[in-house]
Design a protein around this ligand. Structure first.
Ligand SMILES: [Zn+2]
Ligand SMILES: [Zn+2]
Length: 283
């Protein structure tokens, strides 16, 4: 039954609803919107998945969200983690506190961290981080799967998946995440470049952003700072002031030639307040 080419199908992320193309046979894939893992393959081998854009004619209408996959989640909860050292991925139970990489046997921390006071040891986990409003995280390096930042973050933060910023104040360290959400009540000033695939800005943010995907400024969002991204959308009411570079925001490339590809952005024109985009001199 081997096919010459692996079939790609349109799959929908059960976490955020994002649709993307993936190999039908893949056991696990990472959502390019929110960074979470899910299984694009059908529950039963041999069951045909619809090909992209093809309307489901004969079959009964399929509800959104792939409930069959949902059933898989509720069984023994497992997830796929990547080794920090060799990047090899393997499946672990959600209940595990740690694991060892089957490839290089490196230890992988899977614990969740909740920071409620000052904390300065470095963190490297495939678990989650919750920095509460009273927390003060001064570790130079924090690496986690996803983070909720409500308190002081002094060092660098790298999230494999998402970072939710719900904080008012300065973020002096590096912020790297697949997906960042700046919440409505947030008001942050990032001193270092923020590197993301996609970012949703619903609050206020002053930052230089390098995005391999989309920068979305919501109606309540205010972004001050230069943006290099594949695309940008600014909702009516949203404000952007800064320079905009639209193109392949390949990270290294963007770093090397930030000024080269000045272009008009595919902004949704009708929603764009005339004064919203203004090039500010970098002072
Ligand atoms: Zn998703
Ligand atoms: Zn390894």
């Amino acid at each position: 039954m081997a096919k010459p080419l692996p079939a790609k199908v349109s799959v929908e992320c059960p976490h955020c609803g994002f649709k993307q193309m993936d190999y039908a046979a893949a056991k696990s894939t990472m959502c390019r919107q929110c960074g979470r893992y899910f299984s694009p393959s059908a529950p039963k081998p041999g069951l045909k998945l619809r090909v992209k854009e093809e309307p489901a004619t004969a079959a009964a209408p399929e509800p959104r969200g792939f409930p069959k996959l949902g059933a898989i989640w509720s069984k023994p909860r497992t997830r796929v983690v990547a080794c920090f050292e060799c990047k090899r991925k393997h499946e672990v139970s959600d209940a595990s506190m740690s694991t060892n990489c089957p490839g290089c046997s490196a230890h992988i921390d899977l614990r969740d961290y909740k920071i409620t006071t000052s904390f300065s040891r470095s963190i490297r986990t495939r678990g989650e981080l919750h920095l509460t409003a009273k927390g003060d995280l001064s570790s130079t390096s924090v690496v986690c799967r996803s983070a909720l930042v409500e308190g002081k973050l002094r060092g660098n933060l790298e999230c494999e998946e998402s970072a939710t910023i719900d904080f008012v104040g300065k973020i002096p360290g590096r912020l790297i995440a697949r997906y960042v959400s700046v919440e409505r009540k947030a008001d942050v000033q990032c001193f270092r470049r923020v590197r993301v695939a996609n970012i949703d800005i619903k609050g206020r943010m002053a930052a230089e952003i390098i995005a391999t995907g989309a920068v979305n400024i919501h109606k309540t969002g205010v972004l001050e700072g230069n943006v290099t991204a594949k695309s940008i959308t600014i909702d009516k009411g949203g404000v952007f002031s800064g320079q905009l570079v639209i193109g392949q925001a390949d990270l290294t490339q963007a770093e090397l030639l930030p000024q080269e590809k000045l272009a008009t952005a595919p902004v949704r024109e009708s929603n764009l307040p005339a004064a919203a985009v203004q090039a500010l001199p970098a002072t």
